[in-house]
Write a protein that binds this ligand. Structure first.
Ligand code: GLC
Ligand code: MG
Length: 253
């Protein structure tokens, strides 16, 4: 088994993307560390696999050692291609606790709610837009309450004032990374996570060391109060420049 110093799990949209020049610099730095075998890089995203692969080609996204996609409902290991299959163990574990049909009942009749296009809705993820609801926050609370009342093993992930995902209780970016480090025999202390919005929350809840980029959404800014003893780093810089700032703070670069 390889000995890595760090595992960096970073979100893609508005964490890596947003400043292509800074991202090129970050990509060079990360690739140098990967070449030395010091860094295990995880791309941890709401995107579908094909959108991540597209990002490798067209958006300077660094190639990772693992991809956690669809808000932590799928995990991919190399070699990555359009025909890659998600990790079967993870898939089976989540499948056993989730019913898409039941998850859809929780969003039924919510005013203004729209289902996201079909390609973002999978057997393990019900995704909707709530920005047209009269009071999106209230609607989220209502959906959460419905789930609690039924005692269902699923969770709501709420991001950017627009995106609502219902995924299995044991899914999410944070738990998917925990699954990976168990397989890699890495300690949680070696993990650094980076993100900008609600679907990254589970990573900050699961691991101590985290980088919140300067452009983060309000739902992450309040993490400071919620994890007073943690090692969260609130970067001043935006997007990939914020990730670079954070990696210097943690002594990785
Ligand atoms: C990505 C996914 C979308 C999800 C959002 C927030 O944009 O495509 O389905 O709702 O992330 O998690
Ligand atoms: Mg993001």
């Amino acid at each position: 088994m390889k000995h890595y110093n760090y595992l960096l799990a970073t979100d893609i949209d508005n964490t890596l993307t947003g400043d292509p020049e800074a991202l090129k610099e970050l990509r060079n730095d990360l690739e140098a560390l990967r070449k030395k075998g010091e860094l295990f890089l995880v791309l941890s995203t709401g995107r579908r696999l094909n959108q991540v692969l597209d990002g490798f080609e067209n958006e300077f996204i660094p190639r990772g050692d693992a991809i956690v996609s669809q808000v932590g409902t799928e995990i991919y290991l190399p070699p990555f291609s359009l025909s890659s299959r998600p990790n079967d163990e993870w898939n089976r574990k989540l499948n056993g606790q989730f019913s898409r049909g039941k998850a859809l009942e929780f969003v039924e009749g919510i005013e203004g709610l729209e289902l996201q296009p079909e390609e973002f809705n999978t057997p393990l993820k019900v995704s909707c837009y709530l920005d047209k609801a009269p009071d999106p926050e209230k609607a989220v609370e209502q959906i959460r309450r419905r789930i609690e009342d039924k005692g269902e093993s699923c969770q709501v992930v709420w991001s950017s004032g627009r995106d609502l995902d219902i995924i299995p209780a044991d899914a999410g970016k944070g738990k998917a990374i925990r699954f990976l480090i168990n397989h890699l025999e890495l300690s949680p202390k070696q993990v650094i996570v980076a993100g900008d919005s609600g679907n990254d929350r589970s990573m900050f809840d699961e691991f101590e060391s985290g980088i919140i980029v300067g452009n983060a959404k309000p739902e992450l800014k309040k993490l400071q109060e919620e994890h007073p003893g943690g090692k969260l780093f609130f970067a001043e810089k935006l997007y990939a420049a914020g990730v670079l700032e954070g990696l210097k703070h943690f002594g990785v670069l």
